[in-house]
Ligand binder design. Structure first.
Ligand code: ZN
Length: 251
């Protein structure tokens, strides 16, 4: 068992109420889309805040995102204790989700990935910066979580509330944070926007590496341009979501 927090039903938190099946279906689709798009590998995870209870969230039991079904989805309180564990194995790193939901009332979905093109930007002196209009959400200085500053030498996993809170502090008000030598975390007001951000963080990293390989100075997006794009009200994240969804098997 890879869980460090034994939890018996006498101390389990109460449920925030029944889950909207459509919200759970979107969470299952998000897992499979992010696996299909190469953002999540066999590891990594995505959660949503409980639509009816701000102090609860939904996250799969410990399984690979590509094969998750609605039956795998578990409910947690913001200390990342399961409401009804049923002996299931849980993600060690679920504290990422609980601690970010605590710190960011505006956030309703969280993706933690090891998306490969992004990792070099967490370990080098080259900053990840928005290179095209699709990734204008990266406009702020992308923060980089250094777990050594939080807890010295570790195996780099977010194993407890201390690590999760440290990551949430580094994330601050940003849409995305790098995790040095590990991966990244993307957040947003809803699951569709957050999936979009996780996919285009990976795309941006790939494009930026290509621009660096061409040589010479890079003309990045100006913060004003990023503001004009992120301030638009006519952006339809549903459009790519529908396409990404068409490529996955819905269980
Ligand atoms: Zn991880």
């Amino acid at each position: 068992m890879n869980d460090q927090t034994p939890n018996d039903q006498t101390s389990a938190p109460r449920s925030g109420g029944p889950a909207d099946p459509a919200a759970i279906a979107d969470l299952v689709a998000a897992n499979r889309i992010l696996a299909d798009q190469g953002v999540l590998d066999g590891y990594g995870h995505v959660s949503i805040r409980h639509p009816g209870a701000a102090d609860r969230y939904f996250l799969s039991r410990s399984r690979s995102p590509a094969v998750i079904t609605a039956e795998d989805i578990m409910e947690f309180d913001l200390n990342s204790n399961p409401v009804d564990r049923q002996g299931r194995l849980m993600y060690i790193e679920r504290f990422i989700h609980g601690e970010i939901y605590k710190a960011r009332p505006d956030v309703n979905a969280v993706v933690h990935s090891h998306s490969p093109a992004v990792i070099p930007f967490g370990v080098s002196t080259v900053k990840l910066r928005p290179i095209c209009h699709m990734s204008a959400f990266l406009k702020n200085d992308v923060p980089n979580f250094e777990i050594r500053d939080c807890d010295g030498m570790t195996d780099l996993l977010i194993r407890n509330a201390k690590h999760g809170a440290g990551l949430a502090r580094t994330l601050g008000g940003s849409n995305m944070a790098l995790m040095r030598g590990h991966g990244n975390v993307c957040v947003g007001p809803d699951i569709v926007t957050t999936v979009y951000r996780a996919i285009y963080t990976e795309v941006n990293a790939r494009l930026q590496a290509q621009a660096i390989a061409l040589g010479g100075p890079i003309n990045f997006m100006a913060p004003e341009e990023c503001d004009l794009i992120t301030g638009r009200r006519d952006v339809h994240y549903q459009r790519p979501w529908e396409m990404w969804k068409s490529r996955i098997a819905i269980p």
